[in-house]
Design a protein around this ligand. Structure first.
Ligand SMILES: Nc1nc2c(c(=O)[nH]1)N[C@H]1C(S)=C(S)[C@@H](COP(=O)(O)OP(=O)(O)OC[C@H]3O[C@@H](n4cnc5c(=O)[nH]c(N)nc54)[C@H](O)[C@@H]3O)O[C@H]1N2
Ligand SMILES: Nc1nc2c(c(=O)[nH]1)N[C@H]1C(S)=C(S)[C@@H](COP(=O)(O)OP(=O)(O)OC[C@H]3O[C@@H](n4cnc5c(=O)[nH]c(N)nc54)[C@H](O)[C@@H]3O)O[C@H]1N2
Ligand code: SF4
Ligand SMILES: [Mo]
Length: 704
């Protein structure tokens, strides 16, 4: 029996695992108490790594569709088929006729991080999409606009703060997001033991609300109004203190001027939190000494996500909590992608989408427009799609429409471990090594850690014959495509070599006391702690002049129309019910439902609503309800709970697995319905184009 240590890369918490292996079989998976960062924390998903490893439904060899039937084929054949298909489409219709969608595991799989760019660069298409625009896009855009780089995302210093104002995040279920925080429950407890407070703002009394000091219901998508009122209270009561940020902060008066009319009373009418409570939260925040505001999915994937995130930044800024211990700081990772020579600070509006004129953001278009770009005829129409570790039919708004659109494509390729609800329409699927069969270093989530740390995980199990890692596949695709273009293949370094160089040259490298290298990390498979977050502004700012830009032009424009809306009560929209999402500790977006241990038990794919609404609509517990939106409808069982705000219905995403052609036995038995058959592809955040999957107007009706 051998014990392997590795980081779990299923979610952002990157917990340390101890995996016992005998005869190349996983015997047990436990939390690694020697990991200095996660300190033994583990969740049920990590144990399910064994299920993924052993899952007979997981693809081991490429498959291609022959007369509508999947048949296994050789790597040579599959790669040639994939490249030739995409090449023919580009020859006939132009580069933009190939659309690319990169899903969430791209940022969790380091080989995809280091090696996709070469192949995707050869495709030269502007029709690039990813899970970013159903997720954190507003945060990345604001980091770019305010701090000069899309990766300069400020992280709440949970271990040192005295007042944590959290909006639209549920780390007890999600284990944290854009806050890599393994062991979050213990960290919240420690915050409370030192006299600090966690105040949570969420339309649902979540698992995190249960342990928070205070929880307030908020009407979905009204966080910006709430935040602007907090800011105005602090300004009005003379509680601002920019401290050391003042000399390098620009545009603050413009920013504050743009939102100054949003009083607590104006906000109350929109967000449902009463004006006195808003004033009190503002005073507590400003007087706390070390305070931090943070918002995640609920404060991003909604119609005013950019404004909400901007409000969070302004609140931290005017109270001197930006870039200060106990406030909100950027991490300094061992491998610093920001300092890398090919690092992309960000971009916006360099070009616009063909059909609905959406601005490019960070090199991509909103995922919400993939279907219209496939379905609308004309030059530049998407005729072929490549998905890499993604499942947009279940993950992006109006999934039914996208599902239908994809069937009209001339060609589709997918890089994935499974036949999923999206790539079931593909011509060829290229599967890569399983999660335990490749090594790992977290290039992304160390940038968002609540502490700096470094850890290298060797592969736990040998790679089976004929199996390729994601990075190797990306290289093979690039070589094949380059040959078709008549170009020489660009040589690439294996990820391990890139890592070693990055570590040695990085802030903890050979010039520092830590002397980090890949070898050193290999000697410490439990991980190496590199200390708490430290102030690094203005030095690390990437804006010209190394300033914080408090009033980006694009945001001011959105703020002006939002404030005008707030000040005009006649404009306030009245909806029957409003849809929000929900995560569960045993879910992982749209995949992993093929693990029995993660889906068994009570059906979790329910429409959760308040008793007041259930009574009004004559709905009983467990009864089927029709949920209807502009774009579609689903029927699912009702779950009555006073933990959901009246007027709000909560449905988890990532379900809906009973579609024809997917080969996931367990998932199909626990199918559920996809809440993205309700979310609206026209319901987007301005100016980012991020999908507003939270806060969608819906109607409820009894199933006859
Ligand atoms: N309504 C609603 N919609 C949402 C959300 C919500 O809260 N509500 N959340 C959004 C968010 S935050 C996200 S991130 C997206 C996720 O949306 P997507 O990224 O589109 O979907 P995933 O479910 O993450 O699908 C991941 C796919 O990658 C494959 N995969 C996993 N690991 C690997 C690997 O190492 N290599 C390869 N090649 N393939 C792999 C899996 O088999 C699976 O098919 O969903 C978004 N959609
Ligand atoms: N177990 C599990 N863990 C995961 C994932 C998973 O699928 N399952 N997915 C991973 C991914 S890809 C991500 S991005 C993270 C997401 O991590 P989180 O953002 O922490 O997780 P969510 O559960 O989406 O939390 C969003 C919260 O926002 C609330 N909300 C909805 N609308 C609004 C609103 O308008 N205003 C406010 N204030 N709140 C609102 C919802 O009720 C919900 O509680 O989780 C990651 N971790
Ligand atoms: S919390 Fe996330 S990283 Fe930690 S064990 Fe669970 S899935 Fe893995
Ligand atoms: Mo996400």
């Amino acid at each position: 029996m051998q014990t392997h240590r590795r980081a779990c890369h299923l979610c952002e918490a990157i917990c340390g695992l101890k995996i016992e292996v005998e005869n190349n079989q996983v015997v047990s998976i436990k939390g690694d108490e020697q990991d200095p960062f996660s300190r033994g924390h583990i969740c049920p998903k990590a144990v399910a790594l064994k299920d993924i490893q052993e899952d007979p439904d997981r693809l081991r060899m490429p498959v291609k569709k022959v007369n509508g039937v999947w048949v296994e084929t050789s790597w040579e054949d599959a790669i040639e088929l994939a490249c030739e298909g995409l090449f023919q489409i580009q020859q006939q219709y132009g580069a933009n006729a190939v659309g690319v969608y990169q899903g969430n595991p791209n940022v969790h799989n380091w080989g995809l991080m280091t090696h996709s760019a070469n192949f995707l660069g050869l495709l030269k298409t502007r029709n690039r999409f990813s899970a970013t625009s159903v997720d954190q896009l507003p945060m990345q855009l604001l980091a770019y606009w305010m701090f000069g780089h899309q990766l300069l995302i400020t992280i709440p210093d949970i271990d040192h703060t005295d007042y944590f104002l959290m909006l639209g995040a549920n780390p007890i279920a999600s284990n944290g997001s854009l806050m890599t925080v393994p062991d979050v429950a213990k960290r919240i407890k420690a915050l409370q033991s030192r006299g600090g407070k966690l105040v949570l703002i969420d339309p649902r009394r979540t698992e995190t609300a249960e342990i928070a000091d205070t929880h307030h219901f908020i009407k979905p998508a009204s966080d910006a109004a709430f935040l602007f009122a907090l800011i105005n209270t602090i300004v009005g009561e003379g509680l601002t203190r920019l401290d050391r940020l003042a000399p390098f902060t620009e545009g603050l008066y413009t920013a504050l001027g743009a939102i100054s009319k949003v009083t607590p009373e104006v906000a109350q009418a929109e967000c449902g939190i009463d004006a006195q409570t808003i004033r009190q939260i503002a005073r507590d925040f400003a007087n706390a000494g070390k305070a931090v505001a943070y918002g995640r999915m609920g404060a991003c994937t909604q119609r005013h996500g950019t404004l909400a995130q901007w409000g969070i930044q302004l609140l931290n800024l005017i109270t001197g909590n930006t870039d200060r211990p106990g406030g909100s700081l950027v991490a300094s990772p061992a491998l610093d992608l920001i300092a890398a020579p090919n690092s992309k600070p960000g971009s916006y509006g360099r070009w616009h989408s063909r059909v609905s004129n959406k601005p490019e953001a960070l090199g991509e278009f909103p995922s919400a427009i993939i279907a219209e770009e496939i379905q609308t005829e004309g030059e530049g129409q998407i005729k072929a799609l490549l998905t890499i570790a993604g499942n947009p039919v279940l993950s992006t708004p109006n999934g039914q429409q996208l599902d239908k659109a994809i069937t009209g494509l001339e060609f589709m390729v997918s890089v994935d471990l499974y036949i999923n609800e999206t790539n079931r329409h593909a011509n060829v699927i290229l599967p890569t090594s399983g999660p335990l069969e490749h090594d790992h270093y977290d290039l992304i989530f160390n940038i968002f850690g609540v502490r700096n740390q470094a850890k290298y995980s060797a592969a736990t199990l040998p790679k089976p014959n004929g199996c390729v890692d994601d990075w190797e596949l990306m290289d093979k695709l690039a070589a094949c495509y380059a040959a078709k273009l008549g170009k020489p293949a660009r040589p690439s370094m294996p990820p391990q070599m890139i890592l070693d160089m990055g570590l040695q040259m990085g802030p903890y490298g050979m010039a520092s006391e830590h002397k980090l290298s890949l070898d050193k990390l290999k000697q410490h498979p439990e991980g190496i702690d590199l200390g708490p977050l430290r102030p690094s502004f203005p030095g690390r700012l990437q804006t010209t002049g190394k300033t914080i830009q408090a009033a980006p032009a694009e945001v001011l424009q959105a703020a002006a129309s939002y404030v005008a809306y707030l000040l005009n009560p006649n404009e306030r929209a009245v909806h029957d019910m409003i849809l929000i999402g929900r995560r569960h500790i045993r879910s992982n977006n749209s995949w992993m439902h093929n693990s029995e241990r993660l889906v068994k038990g009570k059906n979790r794919c329910t429409a959760m609503l308040n008793p007041v609404d259930a009574e009004r609509l004559l709905l009983a517990e467990g009864q089927q309800v029709r949920v209807i939106s502009r774009v579609g409808e689903v029927s699912l069982p009702v779950e009555i709970s006073a933990h959901v705000m009246p007027g709000v219905v909560s449905i988890p995403h990532g379900w809906g697995h009973d579609r024809k052609g997917i080969r996931q036995r367990v998932a199909a038995e626990h199918a559920g319905v996809s809440c993205n058959d309700l979310t609206d592809e026209q319901w987007l955040d301005e100016p980012s184009g991020n999908a507003a999957v939270n806060g969608v107007p819906v109607k409820l009706a009894v199933v006859p």
